[in-house]
Design a protein around this ligand. Sequence first.
Ligand SMILES: Nc1ncnc2c1ncn2[C@@H]1O[C@H](COP(=O)(O)OP(=O)(O)OP(=O)(O)O)[C@@H](O)[C@H]1O
Ligand SMILES: [Mg+2]
Length: 303
Amino acid sequence: MTAGGRSLRVRPGARGSAEADTADDLAEQSVTREEAFGPGSPVVVFDRVSLAFDEEEVLRDISFTLIKGHTKLILGASGAGKSTILKLILGLIKADRGVVWVNGERVDQLDEESLMAVRADLGMVFQEGALFDSLTVRENVGFRLYEQTDQPLDDIGRRVEGVLGFVGLSEYIDRMPSELSGGQRRRVAIARAMITKPKLLLYDEPTTGLDPITASTVDDEIVKLRDLESVTSIVVTHQLRDAFYIATHSAVPDDGRVRIVPATGEKAEQAEFIMLRDGLIVFEGTAAALRESADPYLRTFLS
Ligand SMILES: Nc1ncnc2c1ncn2[C@@H]1O[C@H](COP(=O)(O)OP(=O)(O)OP(=O)(O)O)[C@@H](O)[C@H]1O
Ligand SMILES: [Mg+2]
């Protein structure tokens, strides 16, 4: 894997195990704590991950590295294994072979209790939003804090109001999910995912089924979270228009407001597409590189 232009291998933590690494190898390959956890460090690493369901190989030797603050946009036909990658990151399923690192932990090896600690730093926006129908927007958004912490209710209330303000839905706090539009439900789902201030957010088809205008309001939230809250993101989507929009825009504060502007220079390099096909990564690169690719499969997918 590479970070900041040089090859690096993160020394496994206390709960990890070195795979056939000699002490000399480790000394040569390991990085310092500052390198491993500072800017430019990996948040998610897949190292030759393979997985089959029954006889069908869904992922074959998948390797990629997601750097802090960057975005991976995962594309691929239905059944290509996109959601499976998110489930591996969450530790909901285990790979047959290979290593999955998340925030410095080997989630392929952790027990359920340690996985809970890793998941506490993760936010997931599920396909269709997946809100609890019988809970209000306030209860949906605050759910993890109400259920999993003993924070004072007033503090949770303020945090819920804060994240709903971030996604522009403050006045909907006491509504039921059935009283929201599809786009509003997705934005509530994003507010719910960000409530614990996760460092990594996973989005599974965040805009599928939405009209283009509504989808762009969801895209803007993804861009804002990444650029204003330094959230590292993985976006799984069929929606090419949304994927390109997220990859090529950035959010900048402007006199108390937020402006979404075209991403330039280094910023444009920080969003990378991954195209999955038949269990393999057939393309990995920026929006500009994807647009220029002459690969027939990519051209068909993009047209
Ligand atoms: N728990 C499971 N048991 C058996 N097969 C599974 C399981 N989960 C997924 N699969 C299979 O693995 C393949 C990849 O599934 P996955 O959900 O990752 O696809 P996807 O790329 O997210 O597709 P979509 O775009 O339709 O959401 C599919 O063929 C699916 O049928
Ligand atoms: Mg899926």
